[in-house]
Structures are given as structure tokens and as C-alpha cells.
Design a protein around this ligand. Sequence first.
Ligand SMILES: Cc1cc2nc3c(=O)[nH]c(=O)nc-3n(C[C@H](O)[C@H](O)[C@H](O)COP(=O)(O)OP(=O)(O)OC[C@H]3O[C@@H](n4cnc5c(N)ncnc54)[C@H](O)[C@@H]3O)c2cc1C
Length: 308
Amino acid sequence: MVWECVIVGAGPAGLSAAVYMGRFRRKTLVIDSGEGRWSYGQWNENYLGFPEGVGAQELHDLGHRQAERFGVEFQTGSVTRVYREGDEYVLTQNPGELRARSVIWAAGVRDKWPTFVGVRSLVGRQLFWCIVCDGWRTLDKRLLLLGDDDKAASTVLQFLTYSRDLTVLVDPEQDRLSSRVRKRLRDDGVKLVHGKIDHVTLQGETVEGVQLRDGSLLETDLLFSLYGSSPNTEALGDLDLELARNGHIRINAKNQTNLPGFFAAGDVTNRHAHQVISAAHEGAQAAQAANHILYPEVQRLPKLPRDG
Ligand SMILES: Cc1cc2nc3c(=O)[nH]c(=O)nc-3n(C[C@H](O)[C@H](O)[C@H](O)COP(=O)(O)OP(=O)(O)OC[C@H]3O[C@@H](n4cnc5c(N)ncnc54)[C@H](O)[C@@H]3O)c2cc1C
């Protein structure tokens, strides 16, 4: 069997694409490994239509149900390789292979979190990564920002909009802060500490303290990791896919990649801010472009003159 569309990833980008493809009556399968940014415990307060905010997992469950209502099928699994055979794409997963006339790659990114025991359960609750998403919740709080380079430092300065109590924890083995930026941070009242986190102690949902491996204890209310992320594109090495300098997939305004029938959406692309609302927009856009190429000849007229 050949699917009209296989969507890889069931985050906001993939689910938005799925809702559209289902409503276009395209035979569509979503494959998802279940580990994306949507799967942490965060509460999204900037997504339109939820005055009190909405849990990322709840938004995922709603989107999944919405796509199923329009006949989209779902499968749990991880796509490990994609290659082209004639006009079709072959997607390898464990076990077996799938064939598709179009693919929407919505596989997101992998965040680089610090590596201490129990870190995952803190993400989205006490540990965040993005000032656009969660800067607001830091208002007048004590912040511990984890970062090692000047790029991280530029985000640290932006946090001064929200709080004057900022400490940067620099991993001594990774310290790439320039002396100019180090001085700038100190001049702005930002404290710099060297060390690695051993563990974080909580009292209920509140951070009690951050224990460093050298035995010292830091007091803070929230933590932010400024280590960045990398796009999930490893499975695409056999395609001649154009990537941007930062490794994200290059797309045009319709979410088309340089390959016919291969579209990308969400955090894995380099076009828009990495936010739920942009992921949903890109998924919808990719689906419309994919749907367009799937129309058979009998449903097409010769090229019409443009209006205006
Ligand atoms: C802590 C935190 C807080 C955030 N807060 C906000 C916020 O308040 N507001 C906001 O707008 N955004 C927020 N974001 C960002 C938001 O979560 C992302 O922008 C959004 O989830 C991106 O959607 P996506 O569909 O592109 O990717 P994801 O949500 O990451 O989904 C990608 C999916 O693809 C799957 N996948 C990856 N590789 C494969 C493969 N090879 N085969 C099969 N499946 C695969 C993954 O398992 C995952 O399920 C936050 C993110 C984090 C981590």
C-alpha cells in the first residue's frame, strides 16, 4: 500500500498537518516516537484561545482526537531512514517500511538539557529553555541560567526585563564566554558561578536548592537551560535535502523543501520562531502544499492566467 501522505511527528506541527490532510480526504498516516517538546510538563500561556493557558500534553491529546475524527491513522514508532524510489518515498522504521507519495517531516528538535539525575521531570515545571515561552513566569523571581557562551549571554541580558536577580552557571569545562561579555554581565549585576549541577531539591513544586557537584548550594526559584537544541534530521541523510547553516531544514513560504513531495514543518525548519503557534501554522501550510500535488490530472485545468 502507498499512503498519500506520511507525517513524521505528532507535535503541534504534525497534528495540525494531520487535521488538514484528513479533511482533504487524503489517506494519511502519522508516525510518532512520542518524545518531542510537546511531551514535557509545560503549560503554554501564549497560545491563542486559552485564557488560562493549556498543558502541552493536553493540546497534543486534543489535536490527536481532532485528526482521528477526519480519518487520519496513527502509529507509534521511529523513522530511521527515508529514501526516494521513483515518485515515492520509502520510510524505514522498526519493523518494516512504508511507502508514501508525499511526506511531511515534523520531527522537531532535541533540546540539550543538563545531565543530572531527574532532569526530565523538571522540564516545563522548574526548568525551561525559552524566554519567549516562559520569560513571563520569571517576573521578579531568582533565576539560575545555564549557559557557557556569548550567545547564551545575550539571552541572559534579555531576562533583565523580568528579573534583576540573575545567576549564570557556567560549566568550567565548556566556558567560552569572552572577557568582554563576562564584564558586561558583571556590570549589569548578573552573578557568574562555575560548576555543574548534581541535583535539584524540591519542596512540592518549588525549588528548594540546586546542589552543585563541588558540594556548594545555590538558591533559586527557576532554572533556564541556554544550551540550545539540534534538529531531528538524522534519518534524512540519504536524501539530497537542503539544510540551513544551523542544520534545520530549508523550506519556502509554502513549506516545500528542495525535494518534490517532501515538506517540512515546525521546529525542525529554519523559517519561523520555534513556538506552538508557528508549528501549527507551518503544519497547515505544508498540508495544503502536499494536498495540491496529490490532485490527479482529471482534477486540473491547464495553467490559468493570473488575476490582476
Ligand atoms: C519546556 C518547554 C516549554 C515550552 N513552552 C512553550 C510555550 O509556552 N509556548 C510555545 O508556543 N511554545 C513553547 N515551547 C515550544 C513548543 O513546545 C515547540 O515549539 C513545539 O512543540 C514544536 O512543535 P513540533 O511539532 O515542531 O515539534 P515537537 O513538539 O517536538 O514534536 C515532534 C515529534 O516528532 C517525533 N519524532 C522525532 N523524530 C522522529 C522520528 N525519527 N520518527 C518518528 N517520530 C519522530 C517526536 O517524538 C515528537 O513527538 C516549549 C518547549 C519546551 C521544551
